[in-house]
Design a protein around this ligand. Structure first.
Ligand code: SF4
Length: 374
């Protein structure tokens, strides 16, 4: 099984923390969609006929697409790629786009899962982040989506924001639980280079983020999630029993994916490829038959490190039999280092799988990088 990711690089306004590739000018939208159509046709061989079980419209803001534009992309996907009839088809959406009319239109498309960028149910946080929606949109869009029959929902929430007190964070989570959302992704606010947030901090307009505040909210998150019957199946991803996102899980399990659109990444097991993250350059290159991507062949060391990085973040962990793919020496080295972390109460061994426990998850980045080779 494999996946297709389509990057829609447009947003109504720039969120202060975001460093994804997007433009707030929609003037190239039609040309860009035509270029995406061409790329989908040109790269029909990339996944070598593997059955696609997830198609993900990400961005940017894919909910700026009309139902007609989504259906056109889908028509090309199904013509040139082998799609499982039960494929998960996700559309990333912003709450202010999810009007009743738009949701009704989406019912006429193959989209069967909505990922809603809620981030917070508080206006103070949303203003701080410069989100296009307000707290009222955040609530009403979930009600409207469920009302229109979109029950396969995931929402994003952000913690560690200076405007979010611990009690606000508990209320944010409680609101998500009250809506009975089956899948929740929670991310710590981080300062990415070249963002408005980084500039504000540099100029002293706002204080740097408080790591302790953020770590405390991560602990609150883990307590709340567990109490409300959600499973943490990846450091930042939580779901009701077994309601894993196919798109995310495929990525963590090393399945192959084809990334279409400016800035999109692709992976086929032995190399990574990424498209130019510039809308006019992407369009021009597609129109003129020029190269619009870069490729990196993955060494065995790269592949090992990626396996460690993605697996240790998940509940499935690192499997000893799979490690043998990188030879006895690397397997033995892993097991020896893991034994130290087990003794220190940060890892556990479950049926041949090494996993981070709760204490280990708090130090995930440091522990994971300790296992890297090369
Ligand atoms: S809507 Fe999403 S992609 Fe667009 S600026 Fe905000 S966070 Fe970034």
């Amino acid at each position: 099984m494999a996946g297709i990711y389509i990057h829609i690089p447009f947003c109504k306004q720039a969120c202060h923390y975001c460093n994804f590739h997007f433009s707030t000018s929609l003037k190239n939208k039609d040309d860009l969609l035509l270029a995406i159509h061409s790329e989908l046709k040109q790269r029909k061989g990339y996944l070598k006929g593997q059955l696609i079980d997830t198609v993900y419209f990400g961005g940017g803001t894919p909910s700026l697409l009309t139902a007609r534009e989504i259906n056109k992309i889908w028509e090309i996907i199904t013509k040139h790629h082998k799609i499982n009839e039960t494929a998960e088809v996700t559309l990333e959406t912003n709450p202010d786009d999810l009007s009743i009319n738009y949701l009704n239109e989406l019912k006429q498309t193959p989209v069967n899962r909505l990922s809603i960028g809620i981030q917070s149910f508080f206006d103070s946080d949303l203003i701080f982040m410069n989100r296009a929606h307000n707290a009222k949109h955040a609530r009403t869009c979930i009600e409207a989506a469920k009302d229109r029959g979109f029950n396969n929902l995931t929402i994003d929430l952000i913690y560690g924001t200076p405007t979010t007190s611990h009690s606000d964070w508990v209320r944010n989570l409680q609101t998500a639980f009250d809506f009975d959302i089956p899948h929740i992704s929670c991310y710590a606010l981080t300062v990415e280079p070249n963002t408005a947030l980084a500039q504000f901090i540099k100029k002293g307009k706002i204080k740097d983020l408080d790591e302790i505040h953020s770590a405390e909210q991560f602990e609150i998150l883990l307590d709340q999630i567990e109490q409300h019957g959600y499973e943490q199946y990846e450091i930042s991803n939580f779901c009701k029993p077994s309601q894993y996102a196919i798109h995310n899980t495929n990525y963590w399990k090393g399945k192959h994916y084809l990334g279409i659109g400016p800035g999109a990444h692709s992976y086929n097991g032995h190399s990574r490829q990424w498209n130019v993250a510039h809308n006019p350059q992407y369009i021009k290159a597609l129109n003129k038959g020029k190269i619009y991507w870069e490729t990196e062949a993955l060494t065995l060391e790269n592949q090992y490190n990626e396996y460690i990085m993605t697996s240790l973040r998940t509940k499935w962990g690192v499997n000893v039999d799979q490690l043998m793919h990188w030879g006895q020496f690397n397997t033995t080295s892993f097991i020896q280092l893991a034994a130290t972390y087990i003794n220190n109460g940060l890892m556990e061994l479950h049926n041949n799988n090494y996993v981070l426990n709760r204490k280990g998850k708090l130090l995930a980045d440091t522990i994971i990088s300790d296992f890297f080779i090369g």
